[in-house]
Design a protein around this ligand. Structure first.
Ligand code: 6V0
Length: 317
């Protein structure tokens, strides 16, 4: 089905740290006409709308910002869900599954009842599972329901490699795949610096070892725990990552992002969502990029997918 971007209108459900960091970042994005804020705490949504609107005279964006209710979704192009409980220090994302599944199901059901037919983006954790829950409750085609997946993890990876090698992050083509969580992995054989293979580069330059790469991955995997230990939550990184995703959708960019996509055997598993590279345009997930994985990476993918599937089967069915 073709999705037409009509009103350039976005609805955000969940005006907490993540939602409002994303909303704030939209002030520097041109080409959005309307942003509607919804939260079960209506006063919070109104307060955020008032505060954010105060910045508009100094912002690039000329959008209207409103606090509203689910009927606003009817003619929206994109609905973003950031409602839900966040990780506490030491807690894994998967441990949020019960409480956030109830919230996500409730939100996606209300979005469906509004008659919404655009793109539904999910960022609440555990994001791959919440995307599946939203897909089931929303009644939308699977390509129109997208999880933020490993876009934040991929940004962290590219940034860390960039810092170590002194090469711009935009030239670091490295991706984190799998669960946005502890079973994610990096298919290192598919990482490039510009057009130079990363593994060849570090071999020739002798400035980084395979063990260093593994340590960079571990830093990325543990980043959320480290940040939450210190400041209780993470939100700026995901706020900007969501802005990047929304920009691809609104502008039909067809960029490759590691979003959470519904699997139909592209990587040998099916029926649930997980982070993979995919082409993102105004129709949502327009194509899943299939990478030939070596045996080790395929095993990691299978483990990650099976972890998500088992968590769903044990907790939600
Ligand atoms: P927060 O600051 O507690 O905000 C959550 C908001 O959701 C609050 O304003 C609540 O009132 C609202 N809310 C709760 N239930 C409902 C409901 N039924 N309907 C409407 N609104 C509701 O949390 P924060 O913003 O820090 O985190 C939100 C979610 O994002 C959590 O699940 C995090 O784990 C997740 N994150 C996802 C990331 C990603 O990469 N995808 C990164 C960081 C956090």
């Amino acid at each position: 089905m073709e999705v037409k971007i009509r009103k350039r209108k976005i609805v955000l459900v969940g005006t907490g740290f993540v939602g409002m960091s994303f909303a704030y970042s939209l002030l520097s994005e041109k080409g959005i006409n309307e942003l509607v804020l919804i939260d079960m705490n209506k006063d919070k949504a109104i307060g955020e709308q008032m505060d954010l609107s105060d910045g508009l005279p100094y912002a690039d964006s000329k959008m209207t910002i409103k606090a509203g209710d689910y009927e606003e979704c009817a003619d929206a192009d994109i609905v973003v869900i950031t409602a839900g409980a966040a990780q506490k220090p030491g807690q894994t994302r998967l441990e949020l599954v019960g409480i956030n599944a109830r919230i996500t199901k409730d939100v996606a059901t209300q979005v469906r009842m509004s008659g919404f037919s655009g793109i539904l983006v999910v960022a609440s954790n555990p994001v791959d599972i919440m995307t599946y829950v939203a897909y089931r409750a929303s009644g939308l085609p699977k390509e129109q329901v997208i999880g933020s997946g490993t876009i934040l993890d991929t940004a962290r990876l590219r940034y860390n490699i960039s810092k170590r090698l002194g090469i711009a992050p935009s030239n670091v083509h490295a991706y984190i795949m799998g669960e946005h969580g502890d079973s994610s992995f990096v298919p290192w054989i598919h990482c490039y610096l510009g057009c130079k293979h990363l593994l060849e580069y570090i071999d020739e330059e002798d400035n980084l070892t395979l063990e260093d790469l593994q340590n960079i991955y571990l830093e990325v995997r543990n980043a959320a725990y480290e940040i939450i230990d210190r400041k209780k939550a993470t939100y700026y990184g995901i706020g900007l990552a969501l802005k990047r995703l929304i920009s691809c959708l609104l502008n039909d960019e067809k960029a490759i992002l590691t979003v959470s996509t519904y699997q139909n055997n592209e990587y040998g598993r099916e029926g649930y969502y997980i982070g993979t590279p995919a082409v993102v345009g105004s129709n949502g997930v327009e194509k899943i990029i299939k990478l030939p994985l070596n045996e080790m990476d395929q095993n990691k993918f299978n483990h990650s997918f099976d972890t998500l599937k088992q968590t769903i089967e044990e907790n939600l069915q």
